[in-house]
Ligand binder design. Sequence first.
Ligand code: HEM
Ligand code: HEM
Length: 185
Amino acid sequence: MWRNSSTGFGRISRLLHWTMAALILALLVLGTALGWIKPNLSTLWLYGLHKTMGLTALSLAVIRLIWHRISPPPPPLGPAAHWQNRAARATHLTLYALMLAIPLSGWIASSATGLDLVIFGQITLPPIAPTSEALENAGFAVHGILTKLLMALLLAHITGGILRGLKGDATLRRITKGLESPSRL
Ligand code: HEM
Ligand code: HEM
C-alpha cells in the first residue's frame, strides 16, 4: 500500500517520515558541531555538507506537504479531542512549520554573507536575500533559536510516540510497519 488509508500510513509517508527523521537528526548534530568549530579552509566542506543536507530536507518537506494533499494522513487513533491527540496534532503542525522555517532561515542567512551557496559540491543556488551583515547575524540567530525549539519538540514527539507504543497503542506501529489494525487510545 503506497497511499495512506483512513486508518494507517502508506509506504510513501513512512519512507518520507523515516528518511527525514534520520536527515534532520543528523542535521541537528552536524549543525551543533558547526556552532563549535571555526570556519576555515579545512572545515569548509562540513558547511557545504550541512547546506546540501539542509536544502535536501527543505525539498523533502515540500514534497511531504504536497503528498499530504494527494493522500491525507489518517486521523489520530482514539478520540481527536483527547489531550494527547490535540498535543500530537499541535506538535506535528509546528514540526512542519519548523521543517520549512529552519532551512529557509539558513538559506537567507547564508545568502546574506554574499558568498556563493554551493550544494552537492557543484550546484550554485541563487541568493534569496541581499548581502547584509545585520541580516546574516539575525538570520543565523533565528536559525539557532528555531533549532532549539525543534530539539525540544522532537523530545516530546519521540517520547510521546514511544510511550504510546509501550502502552500497546497502534500509533507507533502504523508509522513503522504500517499495520492498520484499529486500536484504542
Ligand atoms: C526516532 C524518532 C521518531 C519516532 C519514534 C517518531 C514517531 C512518530 C509516530 C508514532 C508518528 C505517528 C503519529 C500518528 O499516528 O498520527 C509520527 C508522525 C510524525 N512525525 Fe515522527 N517520529 C520520530 C522522529 C521524527 C522526526 C525527527 C521528525 C522531524 C521533524 C518527525 C516528524 C513527524 C511528523 C511531522 C509526523 C506527522 C505525520 C504526518 O502527518 O505526516 N518525527 N512520528
Ligand atoms: C532542517 C534543516 C536544518 C537544520 C535542522 C539545521 C540545524 C542547524 C543547527 C542545530 C545549527 C547550530 C545552531 C547554533 O547552535 O547556533 C546550524 C548552524 C548552521 N546552519 Fe543549519 N540547519 C538546517 C538547514 C540549513 C540550511 C539550508 C543552511 C544553509 C543553506 C544552513 C546553514 C547553517 C550554517 C552556515 C550554520 C552555522 C552558523 C554559525 O556558524 O553560527 N542550515 N544548523
